[in-house]
Design a protein around this ligand. Structure first.
Ligand code: HEM
Ligand SMILES: *[C@@H]1O[C@H](CO)[C@@H](O)[C@H](O)[C@H]1NC(C)=O
Ligand SMILES: *[C@@H]1O[C@H](CO)[C@@H](O)[C@H](O)[C@H]1NC(C)=O
Ligand SMILES: *[C@@H]1O[C@H](CO)[C@@H](O)[C@H](O)[C@H]1NC(C)=O
Ligand SMILES: *[C@@H]1O[C@H](CO)[C@@H](O)[C@H](O)[C@H]1NC(C)=O
Ligand SMILES: *[C@@H]1O[C@H](CO)[C@@H](O)[C@H](O)[C@H]1NC(C)=O
Ligand SMILES: *[C@@H]1O[C@H](CO)[C@@H](O)[C@H](O)[C@H]1NC(C)=O
Ligand SMILES: *[C@@H]1O[C@H](CO)[C@@H](O)[C@H](O)[C@H]1NC(C)=O
Ligand SMILES: *[C@@H]1O[C@H](CO)[C@@H](O)[C@H](O)[C@H]1NC(C)=O
Ligand SMILES: *[C@@H]1O[C@H](CO)[C@@H](O)[C@H](O)[C@H]1NC(C)=O
Ligand SMILES: *[C@@H]1O[C@H](CO)[C@@H](O)[C@H](O)[C@H]1NC(C)=O
Ligand SMILES: *[C@@H]1O[C@H](CO)[C@@H](O)[C@H](O)[C@H]1NC(C)=O
Ligand SMILES: *[C@@H]1O[C@H](CO)[C@@H](O)[C@H](O)[C@H]1NC(C)=O
Length: 357
């Protein structure tokens, strides 16, 4: 009897632990994590993003995508920001180079934050804050960002290829890619709505309009739109051709639900976008967001927060980088050494130096 009770108690305790694990690991991120350690952190990031946005409103789209590409590859740990001397980091991979943008904005925000609070605010949190500020500046719903992420020290180009969904993916592949990051099919549809802002290089949709030098008839692409795209992107363009076009040609700088309204008109730019129209399950969600912008905006910010918690490092895991492009010099990682290091001091080593040491 007593033994049974113990077993039951252990089982209950275990069950509770198992149930609480995912919540607890996500719960380690907290809204206002820097309230006391760096109270100006979020304001300083907001200023850097606002300044960059005033110069180039397209940067908002870049920063939203930067957060996505960070989180899907080794979690939201700012690995996407790391550089490597032989160009083998995430940012050098085809899905990121040359299209990913906003790196200089993160560097400017980091410089401002380091001036206020030395080695306190992680690059991963700055990326998450900057994405939130970009959502706000383009007219999305304001939301609070749980923070306390720590920075990773590994960045490998192949990981970006393995983990980022591609514009040639089918519905099933898109759903599987998001499921691998604990995001549902609906959240995939919700987050794809980010394609209501920003631009694309020709190479991301070339296979929809040209078969070598022959025009393709893609029933998911309106003939008029396809003709425009062919005029913009001749069949001989390649990944280094600088031409870009808006992903949502109706309102390219506004975070509205027009992306979903364009899909039934065969105006989704990527093959993957069109999957949200042809697949019955996914199109049910897409239609509901086309019909109700408030509904989409609410779900979008909730999904952004969830995406921002993917495989995060917290507590004593990882580190707070001094320079977002390089991991800290190993010896500067020792506790209590913070004050003897200064930002811009070059007290850093590269990813590849770390990898080889
Ligand atoms: C569902 C799977 C997704 C695929 C296949 C995909 C693919 C792409 C591609 C190919 C581009 C254009 C890149 C280029 O310039 O050539 C792009 C742009 C963009 N994507 Fe996605 N994406 C997906 C999901 C997301 C998510 C979840 C977000 C953010 C929440 C996002 C945000 C953006 C933004 C904002 C741009 C414009 C970037 C800029 O203007 O700099 N995408 N995406
Ligand atoms: C930081 O302050 C805000 C506003 O007072 C509060 O909502 C939040 O819970 C605080 N967070 C922490 C971790 O103290
Ligand atoms: C302003 O935006 C342009 C791109 O539109 C960019 O090349 C330039 O570096 C930006 N300038 C500043 C100061 O951010
Ligand atoms: C953006 O943030 C500002 C300041 O918090 C707020 O006044 C404004 O309403 C927000 N914009 C949107 C579209 O939520
Ligand atoms: C799934 O996620 C794991 C862990 O993040 C990663 O190692 C793996 O490459 C991912 N696989 C795909 C197909 O995205
Ligand atoms: C629609 O997408 C789901 C994934 O959400 C997939 O399982 C299903 O096979 C797709 N249906 C078709 C007809 O492709
Ligand atoms: C491209 O053209 C080749 C040769 O005409 C044909 O065999 C192939 O099926 C075409 N591919 C597509 C995707 O249309
Ligand atoms: C891309 O196209 C340009 C112009 O046609 C050409 O000069 C360049 O060599 C091409 N680059 C690659 C990597 O194929
Ligand atoms: C749109 O969605 C919002 C948020 O879920 C909801 O409150 C509202 O009733 C919906 N509007 C319509 C017309 O269904
Ligand atoms: C890299 O990160 C791991 C775990 O976060 C840590 O143990 C290690 O010391 C770091 N390496 C360097 C060189 O900072
Ligand atoms: C950060 O590191 C990169 C790569 O080593 C370097 O080019 C850059 O100048 C550094 N930035 C600062 C602000 O020190
Ligand atoms: C790392 O820091 C130590 C201690 O200050 C210094 O001697 C060394 O030169 C630094 N290494 C690099 C690569 O910056
Ligand atoms: C990049 O450099 C690192 C050492 O710095 C080396 O281990 C790695 O193999 C190099 N990668 C390539 C593709 O050359």
């Amino acid at each position: 009897m007593a033994g049974q009770r113990v077993v039951a108690a252990v089982a209950v305790a275990l069950g509770v632990c198992l149930l609480q694990l995912p919540a607890a690991s996500r719960g380690q991120l907290q809204v206002g994590f820097y309230n006391t350690s760096c109270p100006n952190a979020e304001t300083l990031v907001r200023q850097a993003v606002t300044n960059a946005f005033a110069n180039d409103s397209g940067i908002a789209a870049g920063l939203i995508r930067l957060h996505f590409h960070d989180c899907f590859v080794r979690g939201c740990d700012a690995s996407v920001l790391l550089t490597s001397p032989n160009n083998t980091a995430e940012r050098d991979a085809a899905p990121n180079n040359p299209s990913l943008r906003g790196f200089q904005v993160i560097d400017a925000a980091k410089a401002a934050v380091e001036q206020s609070c030395v080695r306190t605010v992680s690059c991963a949190d700055i990326v998450a804050f900057a994405a939130r500020d970009s959502v706000n500046l383009t007219g999305g719903v304001s939301y609070q960002v749980p923070s306390g992420r720590r920075d990773g020290n590994v960045s490998v180009a192949q990981d970006a290829l393995d983990n980022l969904p591609q514009p040639t993916f089918t519905a099933a592949q898109l759903v599987a890619s998001f499921a691998n990051k604990s995001l549902t099919a609906e959240e995939m549809v919700v987050l794809s709505g980010a394609h209501t802002v920003g631009r694309s290089f020709c190479s991301s949709f070339l296979a929809r309009i040209w078969n070598n030098t022959t025009p393709i008839v893609d029933t998911g692409l309106s003939p008029g739109y396809a003709a425009l795209l062919r005029a913009l992107c001749p069949s001989n363009v390649n990944a280094s051709t600088p031409t870009t076009t808006a992903v949502d040609p109706s309102t390219p700088a506004t975070l509205d639900n027009n992306y979903y309204k364009l899909l039934p008109l065969n105006l989704g730019l990527f093959f993957s976008d069109n999957q949200l129209r042809v697949n019955a399950t996914l199109s049910a969600s897409a239609s509901s967001f086309a019909a109700n912008e408030t509904l989409w905006k609410e779900k979008f910010v909730a999904a952004m927060v969830k995406m921002g918690s993917i495989e995060v490092l917290t507590g004593s895991q990882g580190e707070v980088r001094l320079n977002c492009s390089v991991v800290n010099n190993r010896s500067s990682s020792a506790a209590g050494m913070e004050t003897s290091y200064h930002y811009y001091s070059g007290s850093t080593m590269s990813v590849d130096e770390v990898a080889s040491s």
